[in-house]
Design a protein. Sequence first.
Length: 195
Amino acid sequence: MIKTNLSGLLSLLRALLWIPESLRFRLIRTALFALSLATLSQMFGQPVITQQPQNQTNLAGTTATFSVAATGTEPLSYQWRSYIASGATFTNIPFATEATLVLTNVQYAARRFAVVVTDSGGLSATSSPLASITWLLAIASQPADQVADAGATAVFTVTAAGTPPFAYQWRFNEANLADKTNRTLVLAKATIRSW
Protein backbone atom coordinates (compact mmCIF):
# COMPACT_ATOMS: atom_id res chain seq x y z
CA MET A 1 0.00 0.00 0.00
CA ILE A 2 2.78 2.44 0.83
CA LYS A 3 4.64 1.57 -2.40
CA THR A 4 1.44 2.19 -4.39
CA ASN A 5 0.93 5.60 -2.76
CA LEU A 6 4.54 6.62 -3.39
CA SER A 7 4.58 5.44 -7.02
CA GLY A 8 1.26 7.22 -7.65
CA LEU A 9 2.65 10.40 -6.13
CA LEU A 10 5.79 10.19 -8.27
CA SER A 11 3.67 9.68 -11.41
CA LEU A 12 1.58 12.73 -10.50
CA LEU A 13 4.70 14.85 -9.97
CA ARG A 14 6.12 13.80 -13.37
CA ALA A 15 2.83 14.71 -15.06
CA LEU A 16 2.78 18.10 -13.35
CA LEU A 17 6.06 19.07 -15.01
CA TRP A 18 4.20 19.41 -18.36
CA ILE A 19 1.47 21.72 -16.97
CA PRO A 20 1.93 25.54 -17.11
CA GLU A 21 3.57 26.89 -13.96
CA SER A 22 0.63 28.98 -12.65
CA LEU A 23 -1.80 26.05 -12.93
CA ARG A 24 0.82 23.59 -11.62
CA PHE A 25 1.17 25.58 -8.36
CA ARG A 26 -2.61 25.59 -7.77
CA LEU A 27 -2.88 21.84 -8.49
CA ILE A 28 -0.01 20.98 -6.16
CA ARG A 29 -1.41 23.20 -3.38
CA THR A 30 -4.86 21.63 -3.72
CA ALA A 31 -3.42 18.10 -3.78
CA LEU A 32 -1.33 18.72 -0.65
CA PHE A 33 -4.31 20.10 1.27
CA ALA A 34 -6.31 17.04 0.27
CA LEU A 35 -3.82 14.65 1.86
CA SER A 36 -4.99 13.69 5.33
CA LEU A 37 -2.70 13.27 8.32
CA ALA A 38 -3.39 9.55 8.22
CA THR A 39 -2.26 9.36 4.58
CA LEU A 40 0.93 11.25 5.35
CA SER A 41 1.55 8.90 8.25
CA GLN A 42 1.09 5.85 6.02
CA MET A 43 3.26 7.29 3.22
CA PHE A 44 6.18 8.40 5.34
CA GLY A 45 5.83 5.99 8.24
CA GLN A 46 6.21 8.50 11.05
CA PRO A 47 3.41 8.87 13.62
CA VAL A 48 1.45 12.12 13.41
CA ILE A 49 0.02 13.76 16.52
CA THR A 50 -3.53 14.79 15.64
CA GLN A 51 -4.48 16.25 19.06
CA GLN A 52 -1.86 17.94 21.21
CA PRO A 53 -1.99 17.80 25.04
CA GLN A 54 -3.76 20.89 26.43
CA ASN A 55 -2.71 23.08 29.36
CA GLN A 56 -4.49 22.39 32.65
CA THR A 57 -5.59 24.68 35.50
CA ASN A 58 -5.37 23.15 38.97
CA LEU A 59 -5.22 23.75 42.68
CA ALA A 60 -2.50 21.92 44.60
CA GLY A 61 -3.72 18.50 45.70
CA THR A 62 -6.08 17.98 42.76
CA THR A 63 -5.77 15.77 39.65
CA ALA A 64 -4.38 16.99 36.30
CA THR A 65 -5.07 14.99 33.13
CA PHE A 66 -3.25 15.36 29.81
CA SER A 67 -4.26 13.44 26.65
CA VAL A 68 -2.83 12.98 23.16
CA ALA A 69 -4.25 11.49 19.96
CA ALA A 70 -2.03 10.17 17.17
CA THR A 71 -2.09 8.14 13.97
CA GLY A 72 0.59 5.82 12.66
CA THR A 73 1.51 2.22 12.14
CA GLU A 74 -0.07 0.31 15.01
CA PRO A 75 0.63 -0.46 17.74
CA LEU A 76 1.58 2.98 18.99
CA SER A 77 3.48 3.38 22.25
CA TYR A 78 3.63 6.47 24.46
CA GLN A 79 6.18 7.93 26.86
CA TRP A 80 5.30 11.06 28.81
CA ARG A 81 8.09 13.43 29.82
CA SER A 82 8.42 16.11 32.48
CA TYR A 83 10.45 19.20 31.57
CA ILE A 84 11.84 21.84 33.89
CA ALA A 85 10.52 25.37 33.31
CA SER A 86 13.03 26.28 30.58
CA GLY A 87 11.96 23.26 28.54
CA ALA A 88 15.49 22.11 27.72
CA THR A 89 15.94 19.22 30.17
CA PHE A 90 13.45 16.40 30.54
CA THR A 91 12.85 13.25 32.54
CA ASN A 92 10.74 10.31 31.39
CA ILE A 93 7.85 9.84 33.82
CA PRO A 94 7.95 6.22 35.08
CA PHE A 95 4.95 4.08 34.05
CA ALA A 96 3.43 6.98 32.04
CA THR A 97 3.03 4.95 28.86
CA GLU A 98 -0.60 5.49 27.80
CA ALA A 99 -2.29 8.11 25.59
CA THR A 100 -3.57 9.79 28.78
CA LEU A 101 -1.38 11.01 31.64
CA VAL A 102 -3.14 11.31 35.01
CA LEU A 103 -1.27 13.15 37.76
CA THR A 104 -2.92 12.85 41.17
CA ASN A 105 -2.31 15.13 44.15
CA VAL A 106 -0.36 17.62 42.02
CA GLN A 107 1.84 20.04 43.91
CA TYR A 108 3.24 23.33 42.68
CA ALA A 109 6.30 22.90 40.48
CA ALA A 110 7.50 24.76 37.41
CA ARG A 111 7.18 21.76 35.10
CA ARG A 112 5.89 21.23 31.59
CA PHE A 113 4.79 18.01 29.93
CA ALA A 114 5.16 16.38 26.52
CA VAL A 115 4.67 12.91 25.09
CA VAL A 116 6.69 10.90 22.58
CA VAL A 117 4.56 8.66 20.35
CA THR A 118 6.42 5.76 18.73
CA ASP A 119 5.07 3.40 16.05
CA SER A 120 5.80 -0.29 15.55
CA GLY A 121 8.76 0.55 13.29
CA GLY A 122 10.48 2.69 15.94
CA LEU A 123 9.68 6.04 14.31
CA SER A 124 8.50 8.72 16.72
CA ALA A 125 6.88 12.14 17.03
CA THR A 126 6.93 14.47 20.04
CA SER A 127 4.03 16.69 21.09
CA SER A 128 4.58 20.42 20.82
CA PRO A 129 4.33 22.95 22.40
CA LEU A 130 4.91 21.75 25.93
CA ALA A 131 1.74 21.55 28.03
CA SER A 132 1.76 22.98 31.53
CA ILE A 133 -0.31 23.35 34.67
CA THR A 134 -1.51 26.84 35.57
CA TRP A 135 -1.83 26.97 39.32
CA LEU A 136 -4.78 28.69 40.94
CA LEU A 137 -3.85 30.88 43.87
CA ALA A 138 -4.18 29.24 47.27
CA ILE A 139 -2.66 29.59 50.73
CA ALA A 140 -0.37 26.58 51.10
CA SER A 141 0.73 27.41 54.64
CA GLN A 142 -1.19 29.70 56.99
CA PRO A 143 0.62 32.03 59.42
CA ALA A 144 1.10 30.34 62.78
CA ASP A 145 0.00 31.86 66.08
CA GLN A 146 2.83 33.59 67.94
CA VAL A 147 3.42 34.00 71.66
CA ALA A 148 5.68 36.92 72.44
CA ASP A 149 6.45 39.06 75.46
CA ALA A 150 5.41 42.70 75.32
CA GLY A 151 8.07 44.66 73.46
CA ALA A 152 9.43 41.57 71.71
CA THR A 153 9.30 40.87 67.97
CA ALA A 154 6.63 38.61 66.47
CA VAL A 155 7.13 37.13 63.00
CA PHE A 156 4.33 35.72 60.82
CA THR A 157 4.90 33.98 57.49
CA VAL A 158 2.48 32.83 54.82
CA THR A 159 3.19 30.50 51.89
CA ALA A 160 1.23 30.98 48.70
CA ALA A 161 0.75 28.33 46.02
CA GLY A 162 -0.14 29.04 42.44
CA THR A 163 1.48 30.54 39.39
CA PRO A 164 3.85 33.34 40.52
CA PRO A 165 4.46 36.24 40.88
CA PHE A 166 2.45 36.81 44.07
CA ALA A 167 1.43 40.05 45.76
CA TYR A 168 0.91 40.22 49.51
CA GLN A 169 -1.06 42.57 51.76
CA TRP A 170 -1.28 41.91 55.48
CA ARG A 171 -4.50 42.93 57.25
CA PHE A 172 -5.62 43.39 60.86
CA ASN A 173 -9.27 43.84 61.93
CA GLU A 174 -10.34 44.05 58.26
CA ALA A 175 -7.93 46.91 57.51
CA ASN A 176 -4.73 46.88 55.41
CA LEU A 177 -1.52 47.30 57.38
CA ALA A 178 0.56 50.08 55.80
CA ASP A 179 3.72 48.91 54.01
CA LYS A 180 3.18 45.26 55.03
CA THR A 181 3.37 43.73 51.55
CA ASN A 182 5.85 40.85 51.89
CA ARG A 183 5.20 37.18 52.61
CA THR A 184 6.63 37.72 56.11
CA LEU A 185 5.13 40.16 58.60
CA VAL A 186 7.53 41.40 61.27
CA LEU A 187 6.01 43.20 64.26
CA ALA A 188 8.80 44.81 66.23
CA LYS A 189 7.98 45.79 69.80
CA ALA A 190 4.59 44.13 69.77
CA THR A 191 2.09 45.29 72.34
CA ILE A 192 -1.06 43.58 73.61
CA ARG A 193 -3.11 46.64 72.83
CA SER A 194 -1.95 46.92 69.17
CA TRP A 195 -2.37 43.29 68.20
